[in-house]
Design a protein around this ligand. Structure first.
Ligand SMILES: Cc1cc2nc3c(=O)[nH]c(=O)nc-3n(C[C@H](O)[C@H](O)[C@H](O)COP(=O)(O)OP(=O)(O)OC[C@H]3O[C@@H](n4cnc5c(N)ncnc54)[C@H](O)[C@@H]3O)c2cc1C
Length: 491
């Protein structure tokens, strides 16, 4: 009898990463993806002569992708050409200050010196502090399996408080730098996991270390090249990928996975299932409701989700030499903006606007003389029931106030709201990064990569350990695959 396959529901980055690792260890793997293309939130759109990446645009921690390909005996560089992005980001402040952030220390110090000379030493101390958090938390909370109380034994007691779990990110940042612009810039890293710098634990300053020390990378051709490369590698290793194949349910007998039911199609018997779908969505919609499943779904629904997003894909006439590859147009009152997103759950009236332009690096992403703008504003998750029909106008007005009036130059426009994000990826309430990082307990409350209720069911993706963001979900695929192999007795 042929070996029953391992079925992975969802061809997002977490699902692809798990598939590659399982295939390397000789397992038969089938990925079932509901959309016409794989990649999940890492998507791409081509329209009116323009091309955009529709999800992630900032790639850090390149070693995570290199490790994945190395495990399969391949060199990531043969699949994807990573270019360093300089400056990392160009920041625009409402008072007219423009600040280029660099991973190169002397260039960054020069920029800071222009703002506030005393912040140069504060910034260097901040980098050392963030690097220390990474050294201590990395092996236990990022690169390994979900933490348990016993995980703390691996952290020497002298290091416990050095990871700074009790203050907020912004509270810690204030101790290092004094200029409000520097505080806003460093606080923004909370949004990389969909959180607020005024609530997220200071431990998350580790994110700044990853970007400001490790740098930001752009795959030549677009971010989607990473998803495409993972697909190529998975297929080289024999993984079967079926797109436009939505899974209706995970079938279970005696609390053990038996397979999956395809919507309007066959039942596939499986030895194990990895859900790359949002964990809350999986418990709510893909599993039959037993008391234990319902109770788990209820608990998951109680987690505060990370922020969602309002996205504009704009084809813009003209070349804007004042803009870099990554640009941030900051709000005047950052705290008020996060209060809107997480407390009053309203659309920020003065949003921070992110603009990424990949045609700066890849001219063929826009027709000659034009640019492809990917515009993102953080938003409350879907059930806030926001009416965002006119929000695009507010975004354009704000860009105009910064000197970029493009209203009459737009040749192509596509808008995605939080509800669209929920529909497209199955993300509960359209959250970009799963459960919000606004609690110091998030790392411990994150749903485990192994289901407690159903044997043979595992999770890979941004809603499980170690968290959201492309490198993290790549690692989550590794954890899910390792747990599955261990349970199956496969070394
Ligand atoms: C706008 C935006 C900007 C972002 N920016 C960044 C960034 O700059 N840097 C960064 O690192 N990260 C960023 N992220 C986060 C990053 O994209 C995600 O954390 C990551 O891509 C999520 O991967 P995942 O494996 O969790 O799966 P997902 O991408 O959520 O994929 C899940 C897959 O499952 C499929 N699926 C769902 N239900 C079913 C079903 N019933 N049957 C079959 N298939 C199903 C979906 O179609 C989807 O393909 C951003 C995300 C968004 C949306």
């Amino acid at each position: 009898m042929p070996q029953k396959p391992i079925v992975i529901i969802g061809g997002g980055i977490g699902g692809l990463s798990a598939a590659i690792r399982l295939a390397v260890r000789g397992q038969r793997v089938i990925i079932l993806e509901k959309n016409p293309i794989i990649g999940g939130k890492m998507g791409q759109v081509e329209r009116d002569g323009f091309r955009w990446d529709t999800g992630p645009s900032v790639i850090t921690m390149r070693h995570v992708f290199e490790d994945l390909f190395r495990e399969a005996g391949r060199d990531f560089a043969d699949y994807v050409r990573l270019l360093p992005v300089t400056p990392l980001t160009r920041y625009f402040y409402p008072d007219g200050v423009i600040f280029d952030a660099h991973a190169d220390l002397s260039r960054m110090a020069n920029e800071i010196e222009r703002l506030e000379p005393r912040d140069v030493e504060g910034y260097l101390a901040y980098l050392a502090y963030a690097a220390r958090i990474h050294r201590i938390t990395g092996p236990v909370f990022i690169y390994d399996r979900p933490p348990r109380p016993s995980s703390f034994r691996r952290v020497p007691p002298t290091d416990w408080l050095k990871v700074d779990p009790f203050r907020t990110m912004s509270g810690a940042i204030r101790r290092f730098v004094r200029h409000p612009h520097m505080r806003q810039l460093l606080g923004r890293f909370a949004t990389y996991v969909g959180g607020s710098p005024y609530s997220a634990p200071a431990t998350l300053n580790v994110i700044a270390h990853v970007e400001l020390t490790g740098g930001v990378w752009y795959p030549q051709g677009g971010i989607y090249r990473i998803a495409a490369a993972m697909r190529t590698l998975a297929e080289e290793l024999g993984v079967e990928i079926r797109t436009e194949t939505p899974v209706e349910s995970i079938t279970v007998r005696d609390d053990r996975v038996t397979g999956v039911q395809i919507t309007g199609g066959d039942h596939i018997a499986a030895q194990a299932v990895i859900a790359n779908v949002d964990v809350t969505t999986t418990y709510q919609h893909l599993l039959s409701q037993t008391p234990a499943i319902t109770a788990r779904a209820e608990r998951l629904r109680n987690y505060q989700p990370s922020c969602s997003g309002f996205i504009m894909l704009l084809g813009v006439e003209g070349q804007h030499s004042g803009l870099a590859h990554h640009n941030i147009f900051f709000s005047a009152d950052y705290r008020r903006e996060f209060d809107a997103i997480f407390k009053t759950q309203t659309a920020p009236d003065d949003p921070t606007i992110y603009v990424a332009i990949t045609s700066k690096a890849d001219a063929d992403h826009a027709p000659a003389g034009c640019e492809n703008w990917f515009v993102l504003v953080n938003m409350p998750p879907t059930s806030a029931g926001l009416d965002l029909r006119d929000y695009g106008g507010r975004v354009l007005d704000k860009l105009a106030a910064f000197g970029y009036d493009i209203t009459d130059k737009i040749k192509s426009q596509t808008i995605y709201t939080p509800a669209d994000l929920e529909r497209m990826s199955g993300a509960w309430r359209g959250a970009l990064y799963g459960p919000s990082a606004n609690s110091k307990w998030t790392a411990f409350r994150r749903p485990h990569n192994r289901s407690r209720e159903v044997r043979g069911l595992y999770f890979a993706g941004g809603t499980t350990h170690p968290g959201g963001g492309v490198p993290m979900v790549t690692l989550s695929g590794k954890v899910a695959a390792e747990l599955l192999l261990e349970d199956a007795g496969i070394r």
